[in-house]
Design a protein around this ligand. Sequence first.
Ligand code: NI
Length: 136
Amino acid sequence: MIVTVSRHAHFNAAHRLYNSQWDLEKNEAVFGKCTNPRYHGHNYELIVHVTGEVDPSTGYVVDMKWLSDLIKIEIEDRFDHKNLNEETEEFKELNPTAEHIAYVIWNLLRPCIPIQHQLKVSLYETPRNYVAYEGQ
Ligand code: NI
């Protein structure tokens, strides 16, 4: 029996969308307000989905307490209340779009999730805008 278990998490972070190959005018044309040099913030809602065979001895795919602790240590402690561009190694060079943030989160979590399970990350940047990444 294959089941997907999902865990919601949350972090607040500031960012600025910016391509260092372009001048400010081009950045403003492409990213609009999101390239404000003084940054802006989002309340990011993260959903981590793990899909796999239910372990007959526990009845779990993975222990949700373990998953929640993993997300806290690997993601929330790393990104919550941070300026992603200025204060995180991951986004020193990488433009912190929702797409790239989901990609980075997936890569931080993947080595910690049992190899036989599938991992998908959904990231809401606003209540209406979200992205999903599952490793392709
Ligand atoms: Ni933004």
